[in-house]
Design a binder for this molecule. Sequence first.
Ligand SMILES: Nc1ncnc2c1ncn2[C@@H]1O[C@H](COP(=O)(O)OP(=O)(O)O)[C@@H](O)[C@H]1O
Ligand SMILES: [Mg+2]
Length: 381
Amino acid sequence: MQTTPAILIVDDNAANRRLYQASLNDMGAEIYSAASGEEALARCGERHYAMILLDVHLSGMSGFDVAQTIRDKHVGMDAPIVFVSAMYVHESDTYRGYRLGAVDYILSPVVPEILRAKAAVFIRLHRMRMEAQQQAQVVEKAYRELRTVHSEMEGFSYSVSHDLRTPLGQVAGFADLLQLGHAGELSTKAREYVGHIQTAAQRMNSLIEDMLLLANMTRAEMQVQPVDLSHMANVLLEELAAAKPLAHAESHVQAGLHAQGDARLLRVALSNLLSNAWKYSAGVPRPQVEFGQVERPEGAVFYVRDNGAGFDARAAGERLFRPFQRFHPDSAFKGNGVGLAIVERVLEKHGGRIWVESAPGQGACFFFTLGQVSSLATAIV
Ligand SMILES: Nc1ncnc2c1ncn2[C@@H]1O[C@H](COP(=O)(O)OP(=O)(O)O)[C@@H](O)[C@H]1O
Ligand SMILES: [Mg+2]
């Protein structure tokens, strides 16, 4: 669409054309005119118009036929047509005109002030459309740039994480060699230092693994299938109990929870939520971890609840799901702060969302939906 609005005047009477042209001259629009229907059609192929002023009673092709052909031939040409009629137009013709996209009728002899008032409206409309289109283009361009930057960043963090693995593996490997093969030659202090190197290397390794997982999350192809979430949660909790036994811990999984989704990704998400629940309830006398589902007006909502340390969810706000954000000191609970960012990506990919209710010392309850795909859960249960 051109920047300057244009008006097309179609009339076989030269004096009329001159009159309309003179009336509309100083309105900031370019004025084009055509003396016949054929010429009008040719002009319509050249550009878009903010308004077409069309004489109904053209000799040769009638105004209605011209309007019909404009709409048929120039798909997308939705310029408002204002018919000019020297006499009373029969009612059925009026409807015909409106069906052809006529916006208005003006009786001739045309009163210049009325013509100008109508033209002003269409010129303003045209400008507004132009602005809206330009804004849409700006937004689209920004979106494209953002996507490029985003995928570059993903590629960057992927390759960095990947490349860090090799030297890190060497650090850990040599520390192990020192510890295993040369322990006798080392002082107690030196052995302790080697132990610190090994622990730090392990932590860095798990951080790299999580960063790779996060970077891979967005590009991962989804393989949607029915997933038995209850079974998945039970297996994960058994693994947690075996790996990090908690005295007097109780876990409860609601039976029969299913969903449509990518099993591998959902396992990653559920594993992060359950291991958080497990980890952050380690300090209470009777840790309780629960996975279940509640019905809400918007559909099935899953939850992972614990009665552990909790945190100030209100203060954490949006930051909770950003990478590397932690709300407990490392001295109290170890972690790298990437888990919930991964969980959010997984749920986002499923068209779902996640939110939390928690307060310090009150445990935490993470709620999540799986978008459209979760509706199947209730169907199967
Ligand atoms: N169940 C929970 N109870 C208490 N705090 C939690 C819980 N889950 C997450 N958090 C808080 O959110 C932060 C981010 O979680 P996460 O991304 O999994 O990182 P990490 O567990 O490695 O610290 C945690 O550091 C913790 O402060
Ligand atoms: Mg975690």
